[in-house]
Design a protein around this ligand. Structure first.
Ligand SMILES: Nc1ncnc2c1ncn2[C@@H]1O[C@H](COP(=O)(O)OP(=O)(O)OP(=O)(O)O)[C@@H](O)[C@H]1O
Ligand SMILES: [Mg+2]
Length: 294
């Protein structure tokens, strides 16, 4: 029995009662604001009464914990290899936002046994019971690990800035995504956040510049989720390791993040894309990792 068959067999079992909405936050270029978007969206969604959780899949720099100034004791590897329960590896950041650090567990995903896969998917199904929305901070660029997360997610927030290099790197990421085997326009909704914009107009221009090239050369389902203005209050908040939405709720970027959260929750089309939650997402992910490692 190959790994794909094994995953199908696991899914013959009843799925969890509820499935979280999974949103992967990514970017072509580093340093454009993914971790700030992830953390501030989480704060705003929680304010709106949603049960939200952040999954930090950027194993390199452990971003979410830096934003929160909280150092998690455990990460995903303690579930895969240490037999820990998923609830026990959840840390809590400022504003009581739950987050899980993928840590080195992410790199290990290509190398796990069938029993570990079964266990991991059961654990992920437990997360689906705990959260309405799971935000995944993926790390930047077109590395395999990032692209796997992007490809396995039905909703992707693509963060870009007015810098020309950010735009070209966003385009490169979309191009690689479209060229991947199994890519299907209808099962991946790309939502662009134009961050560090000087004015709203500037942000909208960023989106239309990207749109001009994707319309011409790529088959993507993409829309503008919103604009986040460049804001000194956000920079200050980063230094203090508190999300700006908590430290300065009235700052212009905090209001922009609130608008993003409103736009996301008002977007009913997502249900069409996503019904299998975190367990389904990890099943797709493991299937792909399995294919890569043969
Ligand atoms: N709206 C904004 N206004 C002003 N500065 C911003 C804004 N968004 C991000 N920044 C600045 O950019 C820096 C990088 O942001 P962030 O860490 O969220 O990016 P990232 O994409 O997660 O980076 P990495 O690729 O390293 O994970 C922040 O430290 C902050 O100084
Ligand atoms: Mg980051």
């Amino acid at each position: 029995m190959d790994q794909a068959q094994h995953l199908r067999n696991i899914f013959k079992n009843p799925m969890p009662r509820s499935a979280s909405r999974i949103i992967a936050v990514t970017s072509g270029k580093g340093g454009v604001g993914k971790s700030n978007v992830s953390v501030n969206l989480a704060v705003q969604l929680k304010k709106m009464g949603k049960r939200v959780l952040i999954f930090d899949a950027d194993f390199g720099l452990a971003n979410v914990e830096v934003m929160f100034g909280a150092i998690p004791k455990y990460n995903l590897k303690d579930v895969i290899w240490g037999g820990m329960a998923i609830r026990d590896i959840i840390s809590y950041g400022q504003g009581d936002i739950p987050f899980i650090s993928g840590g080195s567990g992410i790199l290990g995903l290509s190398n796990i046994s069938r029993d570990q896969i079964t266990l991991l998917l059961q654990r992920m199904a437990e997360l689906d019971e705990l959260a309405d929305i799971i935000i995944i901070d993926t790390g930047a660029g077109i590395s395999d690990a990032v692209m796997e997360f992007v490809s396995a997610s039905s909703e992707v927030i693509l963060v870009t800035t007015p810098e020309p290099s950010s735009l070209t790197d966003s385009y490169s990421l979309l191009k690689v995504m479209c060229a991947r085997p199994g890519y299907d326009r209808n099962s991946t909704a790309i939502k662009v956040v134009a961050n560090k914009a000087l004015t709203r107009e500037d942000g909208k221009n960023v989106y239309s510049r990207l749109r001009t090239v994707t319309d011409r050369f790529l088959n993507v389902n993409m829309e503008l989720l919103g604009v986040v203005l460049s804001d000194p209050a956000l920079e200050k908040a980063v230094m203090q390791q508190v999300p700006v939405s908590l430290s300065s709720p009235n700052a212009r970027s905090s209001r922009d993040f609130e608008e993003l959260a409103v736009a996301l929750t008002g977007d009913h089309a997502h249900g069409r894309h996503n019904s299998s939650g975190m367990a389904g997402m990890f099943a797709r992910l493991l299937n792909r990792f399995g294919q890569i490692s043969g």
